[in-house]
Write a protein that binds this ligand. Structure first.
Ligand SMILES: Cc1cc2nc3c(=O)[nH]c(=O)nc-3n(C[C@H](O)[C@H](O)[C@H](O)COP(=O)(O)OP(=O)(O)OC[C@H]3O[C@@H](n4cnc5c(N)ncnc54)[C@H](O)[C@@H]3O)c2cc1C
Length: 464
């Protein structure tokens, strides 16, 4: 009998890997310790749509849109509600993102010159990049370190840290160029000046200030809709989804590949996709590939807290407009950013109400250490004050994500390559946010890629 593949972890990566295997005619079993969807979870609370984890994905990385289309729910992918409106809060003032501003660099000089987000000395410091020699050698470097040298601290604190740090839940002074923004290396190599390269490219990393339209998409029924559709698809194909069961041991030898499960059973499998995160994968690889396990243990994880506040419309004299804002200093706020979910996405809140979502990652400082009640009080007071709420919200909902955000620190790309190299000759692959991209589209693409790689390997190992 042909042995099935095993997928460890029922987050979006593992589900996408199982989908790839099942739809290409391979047997597959998936085990999930906790709940299908992993970090993706959509909950309806008092009529408000609460996203525990991701609320959207970018369309220019095609993994998520392609998967939705493959499952026949491409028309459930929704764009943000127009008009697009992104703000930075600087010194207590709301400033619109300058048109053509990317995550770290301008693609148009006029709006950059006119913005009030940077002072004139900060703008002049940024254009010093035009005449500066190359800074990057062969080694990886922190994004913050490169940008401070090339375009100065103003661009780092006002743009790069709020925008890039907001996505990765970490400071740009910790994040790696090669793993997070490799285009910066290309820019410097090809054009020497990052600003010149960005102006020449005419487009930016994730185009936060691109007037042509937002790259962000979500699912009409929330991100959980993607998970529900995947689960239904796998169930329709009779893929065993064993929830409440953990993979606890792994051995690879001449007799085959064997996985021990927490229910006491063992499975002989054709190959294994490890999609349970770095610590989980490191534990399972301890004997099979000790070097890969050691490298995986070096991947740091940060924590964050997601808070939803739901207001009646008449809690405001003037209900807030726009899609939300990011805090860009210089004063320290207890949140890094606020999404006006009911303005940004269709169908997120009952008619006439306002749904707001705020993030409290570790890097906000003391607020991240508060207990639930104090944290909710602090965030409600701060966000309510900024948005001009006169009354308390009728919904206050907190989700804690402890050690949930992999931080791609300097050297991460080399670590990811080392893990892949160590496993190349084995029927085991690590996939998902631990190594090759934290965004939902990247996780999906990675899960599908390693699944198809294992399937090809296993087919070529069969006797002719
Ligand atoms: C608060 C928050 C907001 C985010 N926002 C966005 C966003 O807006 N857009 C975006 O693109 N990305 C966002 N992300 C990132 C994105 O959600 C994640 O990178 C992605 O969902 C990770 O998917 P995964 O399948 O790799 O891992 P997970 O979702 O963590 O799934 C791994 C699963 O494996 C299981 N598991 C672990 N070990 C074992 C074992 N031994 N046996 C069985 N099961 C095991 C776990 O229980 C878990 O369910 C956000 C993340 C967070 C935390």
């Amino acid at each position: 009998m042909t042995r099935p593949f095993l997928v460890v972890g029922g987050g979006i990566t593992g589900l996408a890997a199982a989908f790839e295997l099942a739809t290409t005619g391979h047997g597959v079993v998936l085990v999930e310790t906790d709940r299908l969807g992993g970090r993706i979870r959509t909950e309806r609370v008092d009529g408000f749509m609460v996203e525990h984890g991701p609320d959207s994905f970018v369309a220019y990385r095609p993994g998520a849109v392609r998967l939705a289309e493959a499952m026949g729910i491409g028309d459930e992918v929704v764009p943000v509600v127009p008009p697009r409106s992104v703000h930075l809060r600087v010194g207590g003032r709301m400033e619109p993102m300058p048109d053509g501003m990317g995550m770290v660099l301008p693609t148009r000089i006029g709006p950059f010159a006119r913005t009030r987000i940077l002072s004139w000395p900060q703008k002049l410091r940024a254009v010093a990049d035009l005449v500066m020699p190359r800074v990057l050698g062969d080694q990886d470097m922190a994004i913050g370190a490169l940008l401070r040298r090339r375009v100065g601290p103003g661009v780092v604190t006002r743009f790069a840290d709020p925008l890039v740090g907001g996505i990765y839940g970490a400071s740009v002074d910790d994040l790696s160029i090669d793993a997070v923004l490799p285009m910066l290396r290309d820019y410097e190599r090809k054009h020497r000046s990052l600003v010149l390269a960005s102006l020449a490219s005419g487009h930016a990393a994730s185009r936060p200030g691109d007037s042509k339209g937002s790259p962000f998409r979500s699912m009409r029924g929330g991100m959980g809709q993607l998970v529900d559709a995947l689960v239904a698809e796998l169930e329709a194909r009779d893929v065993p989804l064993r929830v409440g069961v953990a993979a606890v041991s792994l051995s690879v030898g001449p007799d085959g590949t064997r996985v021990g499960l927490s229910d006491g059973t063992e499975l002989d499998v054709a190959g294994v996709v490890l999609a349970g995160g770095a610590p989980s994968s490191a534990g399972l690889l301890a004997d099979v590939a000790p070097d890969a396990a050691r490298t995986l243990r070096q991947v740091r994880y940060g924590s964050t807290r997601s808070i939803h506040l739901g207001y009646d419309g008449d809690a405001f004299d003037t209900p807030p407009t726009g899609h939300g804002y990011l805090e860009a200093g210089p004063d320290r706020a207890p949140v890094t950013g606020v999404t006006l979910a009911s303005r940004k996405w269709p169908g997120r809140a009952p008619e006439g109400t306002v749904l707001v979502r705020a993030f409290v990652p570790d890097r906000v400082g003391p607020a991240a250490q508060l207990d639930d009640d104090d944290l909710l009080d602090t965030v409600t007071a701060h966000v309510g004050g900024v948005l001009g709420a006169r009354r308390e919200p009728r919904l206050r909902h907190l989700v804690r994500w402890n050690s949930a955000m992999p931080t791609y620190t300097v050297g991460h790309k080399a670590r990811a390559d080392a893990v892949a190299a160590a496993l190349a000759g084995t029927p085991v692959r690590v996939a998902g946010s631990a190594l090759n991209g934290v965004g939902v589209p990247d996780c999906i693409a990675d899960g599908r890629r390693v699944a198809s790689e294992l399937a090809t390997m296993s087919a070529s190992a069969l006797p002719a």
